[in-house]
Ligand binder design. Structure first.
Ligand code: CAA
Length: 295
């Protein structure tokens, strides 16, 4: 049955100002997604340098859009004009929704959620873009578990349309509906997911990526051959090593460890070479080298 416009999710909470915590790849992309959609965005980072990095990334993306004939100076200025960087979380007191995109570490996230609960106004929605940690654990650190939800964006966040919207047993239906409506307003496609490690996409995608690394360890195929074969046959836009380098090998390792810890299957143990490239600082495109070189 095709859903009619009447079935489309509605904004049950008014959303005009959005907060983002973090200044990494995902955070910068999410800030840009909201600013492009017309929302005022307050983003919080640990230093002025990191805040400036977010503005630099967004400026670069806007310039690329102009160069490709998809944007203009006025749009770029409007997008940049909607950004407010802050080094104190207190700047989030008045936002209607916060998306956190900080380290994939449960203790760090729980500390943040307790803080957001204290700082953000009553009724504000607290979202996390964690790719594998339990949303219910973030919710348990707050006094408002009904307002806590997962909004899992994909990398690059400005391009990838999917957002996995992850509810817990406590998430209020109107919070879920508001977030799904917000996804639609920002040009994203929301898919509802349960709160289990890896949600839908990563639960299926990362075992495959990890297996590709294990396959390469046998030494029978080059990384380039594996990338080429998968792109040709499965019609994916990137081969596994190209994609690992886009996602970041540190992020990928954290996801794989989480899947392994949660389900305990020996086959889910992170590939040795994935651990090795991370230990060597070859994190992917963001460091200029990962499985492939980008110098
Ligand atoms: N940041 C911002 N924009 C980018 C970008 C980036 N890193 N990379 C590409 N783009 C934009 C380009 O500007 C371009 O838009 P225009 O043509 O309108 O200018 C558009 O994306 C397409 O890019 P290209 O034509 O240069 O290259 P492409 O056709 O190869 O597409 C891609 C690039 C969209 C990244 C494509 O290769 C792709 O879809 N790759 C797979 C990405 C993917 O699967 N991501 C999910 C990973 S899993 C994850 O993220 C989960 C998690 O929890 C970590």
């Amino acid at each position: 049955e095709t859903p009619s416009a009447d079935d489309a999710p509605q904004l049950r909470h008014e959303i005009t100002r959005v907060g983002v915590v973090g200044t990494g790849t995902m955070a910068a992309g999410i800030v840009e997604v909201f600013a492009k959609a017309g929302y005022d965005v307050v983003f919080v980072g640990r230093s002025d340098d990191k805040l400036a990095g977010v503005v630099r990334t967004i400026t670069k993306n806007q310039d690329r859009a102009i160069a490709k004939g998809r944007g203009d100076e006025a749009t770029k200025e409007a997008v940049l004009g909607r950004l407010t960087g802050a080094t104190s979380r207190d700047a989030l007191a008045d936002v209607d929704l916060v998306v956190e995109a900080i380290a994939e570490d449960l203790e760090v996230k729980r500390e943040l959620f307790a803080d957001l609960d204290r700082i953000c106004k009553p009724g504000a929605i607290l979202a996390t873009t964690t790719s594998s940690l339990p949303i219910r654990e973030c919710a348990a650190a707050t006094s408002r578990p009904e307002a806590v939800i997962g909004m899992h964006f994909f990398n690059p966040a400005t391009v990838m349309k999917l957002v996995e919207v992850v509810t817990t047993a406590d998430t209020a239906p109107e919070v879920d509906e508001t977030v799904r409506a917000l996804c639609a307003r920002t040009g994203k496609v929301a898919v509802s997911c349960g709160d289990r490690a890896g949600f839908i996409v990563n639960a299926l995608l990362f075992p495959y990526l990890n297996d590709a690394v294990k396959l390469s360890e046998e030494g029978t195929h080059s990384l380039t051959e594996i990338d080429a074969a998968i792109k040709e046959q499965v019609a994916l836009p990137m081969g596994p090593f190209e994609l690992l380098d886009v996602v970041g090998n540190d992020v990928s390792l954290a996801i794989q460890k989480e899947l392994h810890a949660e389900f305990g299957e020996p086959g889910l143990a992170p590939a040795v070479t994935l651990e090795k490239v991370v230990a060597e600082g070859r994190l992917g495109r963001k460091t200029g080298a990962g499985f492939h070189d980008y110098a």
